[in-house]
Design a protein. Structure first.
Length: 372
């Protein structure tokens, strides 16, 4: 008989943010080994694949109040009937907690926010209380997606109860895309197969560095087309930069794309000049598809400390390095050796982070939880 696993996340969606996609991917890889029930407010997966227990949303759009409500409701719904409760959210209960972003405690310390200002903010007090209950409560085991986030959290929360580090995984394809498949993908998306196609993936355009990419693209001496994948609500803020690209250059806001493998097939490279990322899944996904990557180095992107510059990826020291981005894009498009090196080494890097490897580490955690 399979152990019963409750997976708790506000939005169980593959096309959501990185943490949401991580929960879906992990659950999919574990489906054959555990009896999984998803407890969430949002759910866009097949009910034939996952049992779903819906959590009602508050009628008011106040995120911190909804977080408190979600914590209370999911505690009630998972109180019995499960061997393991695995949470991807900032809630007070659960056995295993995946921590995929910088903690609120660490963010406030980094910003130097005063104790008085924190004390006067119900929102911050709620988040800090939830986070401390989540990470420092006896019986809770925290799983951090990177060693950096673990160490950063331990520095501000020395009473961290129990923790380990398990980096996210990625699906490893059996082979790379052929040139015919890449051409077909571009034509299917109505892109010109003869000019450079630059991919950008992320819901927070400002945080992920779209402005830097557009300014750099305007400097390139050849035609380019930029494919922006993510929530298009912020697109209007970039109208001036898109218009300033000049003749022969274009940028299309694709919105949320369900067929991401096809989107990666259409890309010549992925640009991700992020201002703050812990372990961006989009980079692993692109490298697993043999797509060359340009991104920022640590501390802006903690994955940068694991990547070898000019081998695994092209790394920018600053997310505002427009000239550096333009130079990196030129190298990828004009130098086949650079392009092939990044594609091959990036794939080897991604192979080290397969879902099989990540799943095996989580199973060790689950076994400890069930024995306890």
């Amino acid at each position: 008989m399979k152990a019963r696993l409750a997976l708790v996340t506000r939005n169980f969606s593959k096309i959501g943010g990185g943490a949401e996609s991580l929960a879906v991917s992990m659950a999919t890889s574990m489906r054959d080994d555990y009896d999984i029930t998803v407890v969430s407010q949002g759910f866009d997966q097949s009910p034939e694949l996952f049992r779903h227990v819906p959590v009602a949303k508050l009628p008011i759009r106040t995120r911190w109040l909804n977080q408190l409500w979600f914590s209370w409701q999911t505690k009630r719904l998972t109180r019995s009937g499960f061997d393991i409760v695995h949470s991807y959210e900032n809630i007070t209960h659960g056995d295993v907690h995946t921590v995929s972003v910088k903690t609120v405690h660490a963010s406030l310390k980094e910003r130097g926010m005063s104790a008085l200002r924190i004390a006067l903010s119900p929102r911050l007090l709620a988040y800090l209380w939830l986070e401390k209950k989540r990470l420092c409560t006896s019986g809770h085991h925290s799983v951090f997606v990177s060693q950096f986030v673990h160490d950063e959290t331990l520095a501000v929360l020395p009473n961290l109860y129990s923790a380990s580090v398990v980096t996210p995984g990625v699906d490893i394809p059996l082979r790379r895309f052929s040139e015919a498949e890449k051409t077909a993908a571009r034509e299917g998306l109505d892109f010109n197969p003869a000019i450079m196609t630059i991919g950008f993936v992320g819901h927070d355009f400002k945080k992920k560095g779209l402005g830097t990419l557009l300014k750099a693209a305007a400097l390139l001496p050849f035609d380019v087309q930029i494919m922006v994948i993510g929530n298009p609500a912020q697109a209007d803020r970039y109208t001036d930069l898109v218009q300033a690209l000049g003749a022969g250059k274009s940028c299309r806001f694709m919105g949320v794309v369900s067929d991401m493998p096809n989107a990666y097939a259409a890309m010549d490279c992925l640009a991700h000049p992020t201002t703050q990322d812990v372990f961006p899944m989009v980079l692993l996904e692109a490298m697993a598809k043999h797509v060359p990557v340009v991104t920022t180095d640590a501390p802006h992107n903690n994955m940068g400390s694991l990547l070898v510059n000019h081998a695994d990826a092209l790394l920018l020291p600053d997310p505002q390095d427009i000239d550096g981005m333009a130079k990196a894009l030129s190298q990828i498009w004009l130098d086949k050796d650079v392009r092939d090196t990044l594609a091959s080494n990036g794939f080897l890097f991604a192979q080290k982070y397969s879902w099989d490897a990540a799943k095996a580490k989580y199973y060790q955690v689950y076994r400890r939880v069930m024995q306890r």
